[in-house]
Design a protein around this ligand. Sequence first.
Ligand code: URP
Ligand code: ZN
Ligand code: ZN
Length: 467
Amino acid sequence: MSLLIRNGRIITASDDYVADVFCENGVISAIGVNLPDHRYQADRTIDASGQYVIPGGIDVHTHLNMPFGGTTSADDFESGTIAAAFGGTTSIVDFAIQYRGSTMRHALDDWMRRAEGNAVIDFGFHMIVTELEDAGLGDMDHMVRNEGVTSFKLFMAYPGVFMVDDQTIFRALQRTGSNGGLICMHAENGGVIDELVKEALRRGDTAPKWHALTRPPTAEGEATGRAIALSEMAGVPIYIVHLSAAHALEQVRQARDRGLPAYAETCPQYLFLSYENYEEPGFDGAKYVMSPPLRDKWHQDVLWKGLAKNDLQVISTDHCPFCMADQKILGKDDFSKIPNGAPGIETRLTLVHDGGVRHGRISMNRFVELCATTPAKMFGLFPRKGTIAVGSDADIVVFDPNRKATLGVKTLHMKVDYNPYEGRTVQGSPSTVISNGRVIIEGDKFVGKKGDGRFLRRGPSQAPSGL
Ligand code: URP
Ligand code: ZN
Ligand code: ZN
């Protein structure tokens, strides 16, 4: 199967030029101006005049088919990856969970069963580690060296579920110094939050907004600073996930100014939504119950500046959808029982393009860097993924900067009964999405195939090279 994309404006993290892209057997094999027909005979030609040709988005933080909060996230690997594809994402890195008393091997096998045969785009896994005895340290080495699972998420929050202590965190960090893995940290002070939650419930404060009010930004700032200090003592890089607050960003900025390899991602919800959403009538605030929670609006500007100045390196989604009707409702009388998470796998590129590029906050190159190139580098997928170059996988998005859309449950494909951006109009969205050289999205139609997504054995992070 061969494919020729003519006359698009190719944007990578560093380049911006008009040319043709020829793909053969799933890989980009030639790029040039006016590639001659007689040499580049394609099974299919796409005219991309007036549109961007960008590398497929890479979302390094998703939770598909994940048991959590007494239920399971609403999108499975089929529906979630179809939605991702509609949004211009062609690779995800999801999370396998090593539960206490079980092994990383078991976790990886379990999540492979969930994904293989279902995903329509390529997928990899981070490993969530909930305990780390000596055998677990060996498991970490094995995951990095033999399984292509080269990153591990640890939690400083959710006591009794995922939270680990500083000693465990330090052991894991130290081990990445020898095995080349990368620790991804959920940085919120779980002990403090637990106390605040108990106090709120004792007072009878049970509404969704108390989720945010019991998880103050200082709890995120403190944990972020502590995580970075632990990584400094271990002498290894660290990656802070779903950073939401200026307090946490300040810790990352200071560490980076001191030359430490500290990295962080934020997510569209922290750039476009705010605490006010929790004040929506009735139980609607539950739509936004996620951790960390949405912050006061002023944090958004600080995060945008962090993205522009490279104190934040990645935009991921933390897609973790739960339906209002039968899942979020579990916390009707107690905010602490509302499953944590919100949908976003489909709306990342269009939101960031509209709010970031069109509003002059970041350049088009930076957009590609944040949503594809750096995620690929950070998580060992570059240059196979994350750029438009000869030899790279033909994961390509033809992105129409003028295509307007109204976001909402009726127009989107995520399997969840609400959308946090319902009614918001955005300009710029994918018109064609190509995964491994095959067109999988054509306008408003999914034309890919369940099970075509391949497991990505990732290499070591390129973060130590300085991102
Ligand atoms: O609320 C969230 N973020 N749910 C997903 C789990 C996590 O902590 O990333
Ligand atoms: Zn988390
Ligand atoms: Zn998450």
